[in-house]
Design a protein around this ligand. Structure first.
Ligand SMILES: Cc1cc2nc3c(=O)[nH]c(=O)nc-3n(C[C@H](O)[C@H](O)[C@H](O)COP(=O)(O)OP(=O)(O)OC[C@H]3O[C@@H](n4cnc5c(N)ncnc54)[C@H](O)[C@@H]3O)c2cc1C
Ligand code: FES
Length: 365
């Protein structure tokens, strides 16, 4: 037994975080992002497939195999400057003493995240149709609860059945019984979302991985908060808001939800309860469709209505989740209204299929 273990230890590459000098072991086959997360270090990431560029990091010393990534996520210029995408980068040298140095954080470089677990067996305990396009799934781990920060996501799929794992945000703050809520929107022709909508049944066993992601904002936020969400983008916002209200967050929290019609609004019971219980919580809906409900307060897309709701965002922290287009539009408006870039936190639901089968002209290698 001692032989293989000793060999494994010798073949670990060390990832050195600079400027702190902290060291993280990276076993052969693991990505730099995977190794960092296992050791509890936060690194921004989104698609985990070389498509979005969120995990772009400068490699200061050592060589990595970058794998297949899109040029739009890592340009030739960035590559020449030493940047790589950590979600796909694997150390090339696993010989004894091999080191990869990367730029990471400040001199503290303190661990922030719970290490993700690869295969967590869960049972689907509930499936509720929330809107014509969104289904709520509740799962409960059979073993230990998954420890996560509100705002993080799980990877869900069934590779044996050909269902690719996709990120789905956890829509609740951690609970004692470990139950996790997911809100899944049906994407036309989407493999995993349609499987969840059409084939998944209460009682099914799932193997999920996680938690992942860094949309945890700043747990020490001490400013008024504005949350902006559309569709299933409400999921991580619910988790963050739930956690903040539970811990007695003392500043105003405004949640603006963008819906096409009244049928797209869900969790309004929970919103009413939060509004009654926390006098600093304010829930608004803006309707973007042609047929808004009678008496609605706001009509139009978030960029159009935000100036009338929160005209000055200079003192706010802003949390935004949804499609990349929605997030980008909301970021632009928030900046126009004076929000500090450092206090805007976003979760873009970047599609992954594009990264699984990249067009040949966009591949780099
Ligand atoms: C960090 C993160 C968190 C996420 N959290 C959630 C969540 O809580 N709830 C949720 O419902 N989704 C969430 N998503 C999106 C989710 O991971 C999948 O991308 C989505 O469910 C589509 O997967 P699919 O396999 O069904 O579609 P695919 O088979 O991957 O895609 C099929 C086709 O649809 C296109 N497509 C994919 N997604 C979209 C889209 N959103 N809009 C328009 N076209 C699209 C693809 O380009 C492709 O052409 C999240 C994404 C990220 C990156
Ligand atoms: S998370 Fe690495 S490119 Fe998207």
């Amino acid at each position: 037994m001692a032989g293989p273990i000793a060999l494994e230890r010798m073949s670990m590459t060390t990832i050195k975080l600079m400027p702190s000098g902290k060291e993280v072991p990276c076993p052969p086959g693991d990505t730099v992002l995977g190794a960092l997360e296992r050791a509890g270090y936060a690194l921004p990431n989104n698609c985990r497939a070389g498509a979005c560029g969120e995990c772009r990091t400068k490699v200061l010393a050592g060589e990595v195999d970058q794998g297949m990534v899109l040029d739009m996520a890592l340009s030739a210029e960035q590559r020449a400057d030493g940047y790589r995408l950590m979600c796909m980068a694997k150390p090339l040298d696993h010989s004894d003493g091999a080191v990869i140095e990367i730029e990471y954080g400040t001199l503290d470089a303190r661990p922030k995240l719970f290490p993700p677990r690869d295969r967590v067996l869960c049972v689907v305990t509930e499936k509720i149709v929330r809107t014509p396009t969104i289904v709520e799934i509740r799962i409960r781990p059979v073993g230990d609860p998954i420890r996560y920060w509100p705002g993080q996501y799980l990877m869900v799929g069934d590779e044996r059945a050909g269902i690719p794992p996709r990120p789905y945000s956890i829509a609740c703050a951690p609970r004692a019984d470990g139950e996790l809520v997911l809100l899944v929107a049906r994407v036309p022709d989407g493999v995993t979302s349609n499987w969840i909508h059409d084939d998944v049944r209460v009682g099914d066993r799932w193997t999920v991985a996680g938690p992942y992601g860094t949309f945890i904002g700043d747990p020490g936020t001490d400013t008024p908060v504005l949350c902006l969400a559309a569709g299933s983008g409400l999921a991580p916002i619910l988790a963050l808001t739930d956690a903040a209200l539970r811990r007695g967050f003392r500043h105003p929290v405004t949640l603006l939800f963008s819906a096409r019609t009244a049928n797209d609004v869900f969790d309004d019971g929970l919103m009413s309860w939060w509004t009654a219980k926390h006098r600093r919580f304010d829930f608004r809906v803006t309707y973007t469709g042609d047929d808004p409900p009678v008496g609605c307060r706001h009509r139009g897309r978030v960029p159009a209505v935000l100036p009338e709701i929160t005209p000055d965002l200079s003192q706010h922290s802003v949390y935004i989740a949804g499609s990349p287009e929605f997030v980008n539009a909301c970021v632009a408006t928030s900046l126009e209204l004076g929000a500090d870039e450092q206090r805007i936190f976003v979760e873009r639901y970047t599609p992954q299929a594009v990264a699984d089968v990249p067009p040949p002209d966009q591949l780099s290698g």
